[in-house]
Design a protein around this ligand. Structure first.
Ligand SMILES: [Zn+2]
Length: 131
């Protein structure tokens, strides 16, 4: 994808409207329990293409997530980008083969565990200085 105007054109979830049932709150891990707090949109000139900017409020913990989303110009598909993302690593990208995804998840889990043991996320790449 070279432009945000391509969001939703090549892949996404079914339906031309934003679905929130699969969005997980990055603060409390509650899934799909959001209300709309703010909506803005920007239309592409001389096109039906539209980027939507929604702020959703988690009904469990009252935190907010921002969702930029767009439906495809010709189909019944939409794609979204969510910010902030959860800091927990629970899934690998949908388009990856299971065998690759399992190893990637295991590696990410091991890295997260070693960072927690260090108590510092940036301390795993220490540069030793010779004297
Ligand atoms: Zn929440």
């Amino acid at each position: 994808m070279d432009s945000w105007w391509d969001l939703g054109e090549w892949s996404g979830s079914s339906g031309k409207n934003l679905t929130t049932h699969d969005i997980v709150c990055p603060f409390c891990d509650e899934k799909g329990n959001f209300s709309a707090a703010f909506h803005a949109e920007k239309k592409k000139a001389q096109s039906t293409k539209k980027l939507n900017f929604d702020t959703l409020k988690c009904e469990n913990c009252a935190s907010y997530v921002m969702v930029m989303w767009s439906s495809s110009s010709f189909g019944n598909v939409h794609e979204k980008v969510i910010l902030p993302r959860s800091l927990k690593v629970q899934n690998y990208p949908k388009h990856w083969p299971d065998a690759v995804g399992r190893y990637w998840l295991q590696a990410k889990s091991n890295l997260a565990r070693s960072h927690r043991l260090d108590g510092n996320a940036y301390s795993t790449t220490k540069i030793s200085q010779s004297q």
